[in-house]
Design a protein around this ligand. Structure first.
Ligand code: PMP
Length: 388
């Protein structure tokens, strides 16, 4: 995020700035209060106190109890711990796991790993908007199913899944439900009492906390085994000295998010709708990817006929505007997005996509700037496009 007026950052799904209030909260825990919670002296006690206070704040953010939170190095690790940790612990009950076609790449790759290790994986298809049909999910459950993992919303096309319905289906069966809630946190309230999932992955940076920290919610009574073995921190489920400054940062980020979410979400929705309307009305052969209404308040994901998303990104980059072609986790591959393909797009259609994600520091002028330059960029690129 630059300071100059012309800099526009609309790629909040890839990375968010750490909120300056979070940085302030973290600072004392680098050099002044630097203890290790495992130490028995006063400096260690101080670290234990702040660790547990932070855990309580983060658990409150999702309606959980503090002992249901395990700190990790980020959402990738939380997803690994949830799926591999649960699968390994419960493999005697069954070896069948269900995910959807539009999961984050980490879930797809963990599922592949489990498949190589004797588990059967079913992938639920989605509709054109990227939504899982709960009836289809139900029809794939069998007596060997032990776990269902469905992301709460797509970090790419922004579609929100019918999580309450999915919870209802899984609830009465002896099957655990995991959700990767990273795309949703800070945008919609999360409450594991109202939406009774068994495992939930969250991350710090997605609520404007530092990178490299996440958490896994594990409902009381749900059994998992650790995937990182060592000194037995985090109730033996995630060894390694706790990253206290980042944990304090995530707790402060969660506190701020709870307070500011309603106003922030309202503002982002207004900007997002203006951007979607402006693009669809002023740019011929433009389409919205993802669900028209069941979508994240910060997500505007488009498809433009006869252009490559990469050329759009580079033209915007020349004007100091940051957007994305989809998930940052896969943007360096030449493969089209698996999410867009799952929504039924052809390869060439998937390659013509452009994603804008708004955030806490987005301004009305950012939207105006995009709407001012994008029609001209498309006109120019289409003139020279071999895809016409
Ligand atoms: N899940 C989702 C939905 C994501 O968007 C991301 C990336 N922000 C991850 C998991 C992985 O997070 P991290 O890179 O922090 O491990």
């Amino acid at each position: 995020m630059g300071d100059k007026m012309q800099d526009v950052y609309l790629d909040y799904q890839s990375s968010k700035p750490v909120d300056p209030r979070v940085v302030d909260a973290m600072l004392p825990y680098f050099s002044k209060s630097f203890g290790n919670p495992s130490s028995l002296h006063l400096v260690g006690d101080e670290a234990t106190k702040v660790l547990e206070e932070s855990r309580a704040k983060i658990s409150a953010f999702i309606g959980a109890d503090p002992e249901e939170i395990i700190f990790t190095s980020g959402a990738t690790e939380s997803n690994n711990l949830a799926l591999i940790g649960f699968a390994m612990r419960n493999k005697r009950k069954g070896n069948h796991i269900i995910i959807s076609e539009v999961e984050h790449i980490s879930i797809h790759n963990i599922a592949k790993y489990l498949q190589r290790n004797g588990f059967e994986i079913s992938k639920i298809p989605v509709d054109q908007y990227g939504r899982v049909n709960p009836a289809k999910l139900e029809s794939r459950i069998n007596e060997k199913t032990i776990l269902v993992s469905i992301g709460y919303a797509s970090n790419e096309v922004g579609t929100i899944q019918p999580m309450e319905k999915i919870c209802e289906i899984v609830r009465d069966k002896d099957i655990a439900l995991h959700t990767d809630a990273v795309a949703v946190q800070g945008l919609l309230p999360l409450d594991v009492k109202r939406m009774p999932v068994d495992l939930m992955s969250i991350s710090s940076n997605d609520i404007y906390g530092p990178k490299g920290l996440g958490a896994l919610y594990i409902r009381k009574g749900v059994g998992i085994v650790p995937i990182i073995i060592g000194g037995g921190q985090e109730r033996g489920l995630r060894s390694g000295t706790e990253n206290i400054p980042s944990i304090v940062g995530m707790a402060e980020a969660a506190r701020i998010s709870s307070l500011e979410m309603p106003e922030e979400t309202m503002r982002m929705t207004e900007y997002r709708d203006r951007l979607i309307k402006g693009v669809l009305e002023n740019i011929p052969k433009s389409h919205l990817n993802g669900h028209p209404t069941e979508r994240l308040p910060n997500n505007a994901h488009f498809r433009f006929e006869s252009v490559e998303g990469e050329s759009l990104i580079l033209s915007l980059k020349d004007l100091r505007i940051a957007a994305s072609t989809g998930s940052a986790c896969t943007s360096k591959t030449l493969e089209p997005s698996h999410t867009l393909i799952a929504c039924g797009l052809l390869h060439e259609e998937a390659h013509g996509s452009l994603e804008f994600t708004l955030g806490r520091f987005s301004r009305e002028t950012d939207i105006e700037r995009v709407l001012e330059v994008l029609p001209g960029i498309l006109e120019r690129l289409r003139k020279i496009s071999p895809l016409k």
